[in-house]
Design a protein around this ligand. Structure first.
Ligand code: PAF
Length: 279
């Protein structure tokens, strides 16, 4: 595996490649990331990964400084997955001057759910993803469904800017107890780790109620938030949305069998976890 940090070296390595499959990451790689690499391999060749902790998507006071950085272990894992090039730019490589041009997702999609609780987050994500795409010029790029809203925003961005990159969504990789793998799980204490699967269990309860014909969405959301709060979580939201645009379903949508997803974000101790489940 070639490890490159400058955009020029990356372009040299990828010159003439027309079927590149790309997986952008912020490092601290776990099985979830590696499953994205394997999916990428099925859709293109060569597979290119990036590791870059993108300051633009962290608000002041968030965990940019303490975000786990495990470069050497990450390199070993990517070598084993047969990744062809790892692009690991420094901040100076990526932002040699202040990034004044930014990609702003539409208000409706960018400011709801995660966007409401993390203002500026999706502008930071969209900007770095656009810039990484410009560097790597992939034919396909793989994003995990765990970051459901991010996947939708990137997909819409690629479509609206007519980017020549197909966006592929990968199923969420879970531990045996159901917890979605995330780099931020490493912040959890042993007790918190034992409690953490309750987030996915709560999503499953909501899905079960809906499948049983329960249609009062507001009540289901409130009950789910209350049950998390009773277990010492601090929920930001539990929200049932249409899969197609992440808008709240209208009354007619339920009758017509509109495809839905339930999304949640909640703090356990100092760690904020997100998850979702397609219903
Ligand atoms: O999902 C992530 O790890 C990040 O948001 C991404 C897509 C690599 C952009 O920094």
């Amino acid at each position: 595996m070639k490890i490159v940090s400058s955009i020029e070296e990356l372009r040299d390595q990828l010159r003439g490649q027309l079927r590149t499959a790309f997986v952008p990451t912020m490092g601290n790689l776990h099985e979830g990331h590696l499953s994205l690499m394997r999916l990428a391999r099925k859709h293109g060749d060569p597979v290119v990964a990036s590791i870059f902790v993108n300051r633009l998507q962290f608000a002041p006071g968030e965990d940019f400084e303490k975000y786990p950085r495990t470069f050497h272990a990450d390199v070993e894992k990517l070598e084993k997955e047969g990744v062809y090039v790892l692009f690991a730019p420094t901040e100076k490589d990526m932002y040699p001057e202040p990034q004044e041009y930014r990609v702003q997702p539409p208000d409706g999609l960018g400011n709801m759910l995660e966007g409401e609780f993390r203002p500026g987050f999706f502008t930071g994500v969209s900007t770095i993803v656009m810039k990484l795409f410009s560097c790597v010029q992939p034919r396909v790029a793989v994003f995990g469904k765990k970051d459901y809203q991010q996947l939708m925003i990137v997909r819409n961005m690629a479509r609206q800017f007519a980017l020549p990159t197909e966006i592929i969504g990968a199923e969420t990789y879970r531990a045996e107890d159901g917890l979605a793998l995330s780099s931020r799980n490493s912040y959890l204490s042993a007790d918190e780790r034992a409690e953490a699967p309750a987030l996915f269990q709560t999503l499953n309860q909501v899905a079960t109620e809906m499948r049983a014909g329960h249609q009062d969405i507001f009540l289901l959301e409130q009950q789910a938030m209350a049950s998390l709060a009773a277990r010492s979580w601090k929920p930001d939201y539990v929200s049932i949305r249409r899969r197609v645009d992440l808008q709240p379903p209208a009354a007619g949508d339920l009758a017509q069998g509109e495809a839905l997803v339930v999304l949640a974000a909640a703090k356990l101790g100092a760690t904020r976890l997100i998850d979702n489940l397609e219903i």
